[in-house]
Design a protein around this ligand. Structure first.
Ligand SMILES: Cc1cc2nc3c(=O)[nH]c(=O)nc-3n(C[C@H](O)[C@H](O)[C@H](O)COP(=O)(O)OP(=O)(O)OC[C@H]3O[C@@H](n4cnc5c(N)ncnc54)[C@H](O)[C@@H]3O)c2cc1C
Length: 319
């Protein structure tokens, strides 16, 4: 039976849903599962780690781990992987996961595959699926190494209903201090806006909104729906939106329950960042716009007329 170690995704002292999603998938392919949680004062998360579906919980709880730093974090994961004798180590898609995964692979001399959307085990062989060439093709890659580290693409796996695990906590020793780099402080975005990576609904604007007035109009809709507010690269290049709002190949990859593309044509580089969304709604005045090829719901019309109607209808439903 394969042994899969999932790295818990913890943000602002809370366990993110992606941890349950990864453990659900690992369980569904018949693996024995463990989870490794790293941070400071994270004892309260242990019951959540069990409920997320893990059979063993490796916990590295130390004040030195309060702020994410890739070196010590990777050492903790490698330590847990060795103790568990993991065949596979799975990270969720996050900045910390992307930074730590290759370091873990180097420490364990394991293979490393990023952005994977599926893992299949057949006999001795493990095969992963991942997008390539800006999402134009999907690759199926056979891993020939005995051990592999993967970073799972956002939204690739779903949480199983009624999943639960067994409590078996193993305390890890704190890692040695990383003498090469010490992270002193993390300064978070002071805008107070919802982080795109965490948002259940993301609404993005494209060049179709034209200027700041158009941006503000759609931002109101995002505000009504408590949605993350994103952008195509055209609006970032135009100076209307900050770079950390860009969705796409060279921006953020999001997979919310609902993605609304407002005045976005649907260039391949934009699709690379959002086509894993569960439901996609597009508003565009051009019925031939490529975004409609991936949209579940399409509204052909002028966004300056459509967005106020959407807002009014949403208000009516809420009332
Ligand atoms: C290497 C590389 C990396 C890139 N990375 C990214 C990336 O990460 N993210 C990204 O987004 N792009 C990226 N791009 C750019 C990408 O190719 C497109 O140029 C960009 O996505 C286009 O943005 P857009 O859809 O907002 O603008 P446009 O393509 O100009 O589309 C605007 C759309 O608005 C519609 N519209 C106009 N007026 C209205 C109206 N009143 N009502 C309704 N609809 C209207 C139009 O019909 C049109 O479809 C990258 C490009 C390269 C070369």
């Amino acid at each position: 039976m394969a042994k899969i170690l999932v790295v818990a995704d913890i943000k602002n002292d809370a366990l993110k849903d992606s941890t349950t999603e990864l453990l659900s998938k690992a369980g569904s392919i018949g693996a024995e599962t463990a989870v490794v949680a790293i941070g400071s004062n994270i004892e309260a998360l242990i019951s959540g780690l069990v409920n997320a579906g893990s059979d063993t919980q490796y916990v590295a709880d130390d004040p030195a781990l309060a702020i994410f730093s890739a070196g010590p974090y990777a050492s903790c994961v490698a330590d847990a992987a060795k103790q568990f004798e993991a065949d596979q180590i799975w990270f969720s898609f996050s900045e910390s996961g992307k930074a730590a995964a290759p370091r873990v692979a180097v420490q364990l001399e394991a293979a490393c595959a990023t952005e994977i959307t599926d893992v299949a085990i057949s006999g001795e062989h493990v095969e992963v699926t991942r997008p390539a060439i800006a999402n134009k093709v999907m690759q199926r890659v056979r891993i020939n190494a005995g051990q592999m580290v993967v970073v799972v693409r956002a939204g690739a796996f779903e949480a199983a209903e009624g999943i639960t695990g067994t409590e078996n906590v193993v305390t890890l020793s704190p890692p040695a201090v990383d003498v090469k780099a010490v992270v002193k402080e993390l300064i978070s975005d002071a805008s107070g806006e919802i982080d795109l990576a965490d948002a259940d609904i993301v609404i993005s604007v494209g060049r179709g909104v034209k200027d700041q007035t158009g941006v503000d109009l759609v931002k109101e809709l995002a505000h009504d729906l408590k949605a993350g507010f994103g952008s195509s690269r055209a609006m970032v290049d135009g100076g209307f939106m900050a770079h950390n709002k860009q969705v796409g190949q060279t921006g953020k990859i999001v997979a919310p329950s609902l993605y609304m593309a407002i005045g976005i044509s649907g260039a391949i580089q934009h699709l690379a960042g959002m086509n894993g969304s569960k439901v996609i709604l597009a508003v565009n005045k051009d019925p031939e716009a490529p975004i409609f090829n991936v949209a579940d719901y399409g509204i052909v019309g002028d966004l300056f007329e459509v967005v106020p109607i959407l807002r009014a209808e949403i208000k009516k439903i809420r009332a």
